[in-house]
Design a protein. Structure first.
Length: 416
């Protein structure tokens, strides 16, 4: 009996890791839309054989052809039944584009659509739930760097993406650098990485952010101007905490200023990259329409430079006398690439920035580069300021940050 081709694998966040039990290489799949409970928790792990099969599930190839291609890659015999078995497992996990997933996605989106506001995720967990205490914390962090030279014409900002407690000094310097810009800011464009290469390159949120400090309203005028319709991809905002962290600072520093929160899809590193980049070009052109609106747009890209599981790589060390550093060849490689990226960013060179992030086909680097790349592209048109001076980039800090089970590197950079 002929079997139909297995359904296509969904667009997911793909991360290399090491299995905690065996120490063998695995691939971790995460669901950016939160439809698959297991993948949302990062609990879906595939070994080399399973990943060789899974990434070939394109909705057109049958089990026989997938097995043959995986056999050549792995230099071992892969049976047709192994393909069908894995496809059935992934379907049960809601990770394939099939009827089960479509039904689950519809239910999840309908629940999210009915919520008048995007509920806050962090109160009482990541930050204070009491409005007074939280305002004191945020205001105090910015005041820590109150002697930052005033930059009233700041145009853009690279802010960390991780938890505020983890990157406190970077958040402090980043937002202290733009606090003087509030006088003529009409809106704040917030960009953050989605983590997966969805077909929709930019996913705006069309409802207010709920915070203990009050609602952060979306810029309806800006949403109408760019005309991006995220559809059910807007569900990605439900569990993504990065924009929420930035909204807290915006609520304190720029009260009453509307925001335009957008998640940026990760660039694809496979053969479909040209088509995906063309789609991104069209989306960036739409964002460029903000230039025609009255008032100034402050653009913030919330993105870490790199984030890896500390148990996944050799050469990570934390000498007690010098704080945390990334050691060995892994640390040297990460630091070297971070330096190159920051150099390209401060020189406002988007293509060099993206090229460095993509040059070694590292999916982790690629997805962290997405939001900063869009910021740089938008500011290309603003390289000369109204007073005739050239737009410059200043790095205010760089951190290697340990956390349970992972390590992140991040920086604070202001474009002024």
């Amino acid at each position: 009996m002929a079997h139909p081709p297995p359904a296509r694998l969904r667009d997911l966040e793909v991360s290399p890791a090491v299995g905690p039990d065996t120490g063998a290489a695995v691939i971790v799949l995460r669901d950016p839309l939160g439809v698959s409970p297991e993948a949302t928790r990062g609990a879906v792990r595939l070994g080399p054989l399973e990943w060789a099969i899974a990434r070939r599930l394109d909705g057109r190839s049958d089990a026989r052809s997938i097995a043959q291609r995986a056999s050549v890659e792995l230099e071992t015999q892969v049976a047709d039944e192994e393909v069908r078995s894995l496809a059935a497992r992934l379907s049960g996990l809601l990770l394939l584009h099939d009827a089960s997933y479509d039904e689950a996605l519809g239910r999840a989106f309908e629940l999210f659509r009915k919520q008048p506001e995007r509920p806050a995720l962090g109160p009482g967990k990541e930050y204070e739930s009491d409005a007074f205490e939280l305002r004191l914390k945020i205001g105090g962090m910015v005041a820590d760097d109150w002697d930052m030279p005033p930059l009233p014409h700041a145009q853009g900002l690279l802010s960390p993406a991780g938890p505020i407690s983890q990157a406190r000094s970077l958040y402090s310097r980043a937002f202290a650098s733009v606090r003087h810009a509030k006088g003529d800011i009409a809106r704040v464009l917030l960009l953050a990485n989605l983590g997966a290469p969805l077909e929709t390159p930019l996913v705006p949120l069309v409802k207010p952010f709920q915070t203990p400090l009050g609602l952060v309203e979306p810029d309806r005028e800006a949403l109408a101007a760019i005309g991006l319709l995220p559809g059910r991809d807007q569900l990605a905002h439900a569990l993504n905490p990065v924009l929420e962290r930035q909204c807290l600072f915006c609520r304190v520093l720029f009260p009453g200023v509307p925001v335009l929160p957008i998640l940026v899809s990760a660039p694809r590193t496979d053969a479909s990259t040209p088509a995906a980049l063309n789609e991104l070009e069209r989306a960036i052109a739409r964002l460029g329409r903000l230039e025609a609106l009255p008032g100034r747009t402050l653009t913030i890209a919330a993105a870490d430079l790199y984030r890896i599981g500390s148990a996944n790589h050799a050469g990570l060390a934390a000498p007690p006398d010098r704080g945390f550093v990334l050691g060995g060849e892994t640390g040297d490689r990460i630091r070297s690439t971070d330096r190159q990226l920051l150099d390209h960013f401060t020189r406002l060179d988007p293509e060099a920035f993206l090229g460095t992030a993509l040059e070694d086909s590292d999916p982790v680097r690629a997805r962290h580069a997405a939001a900063p790349y869009v910021l740089l592209r938008l500011l290309e048109k603003r390289r000369s300021l109204k007073d005739g001076s050239e737009l410059l980039g200043s790095t205010m800090g760089y951190l290697q940050m340990p956390a349970p089970g992972e390590v992140a590197t991040a920086a604070a950079v202001v474009l002024h």
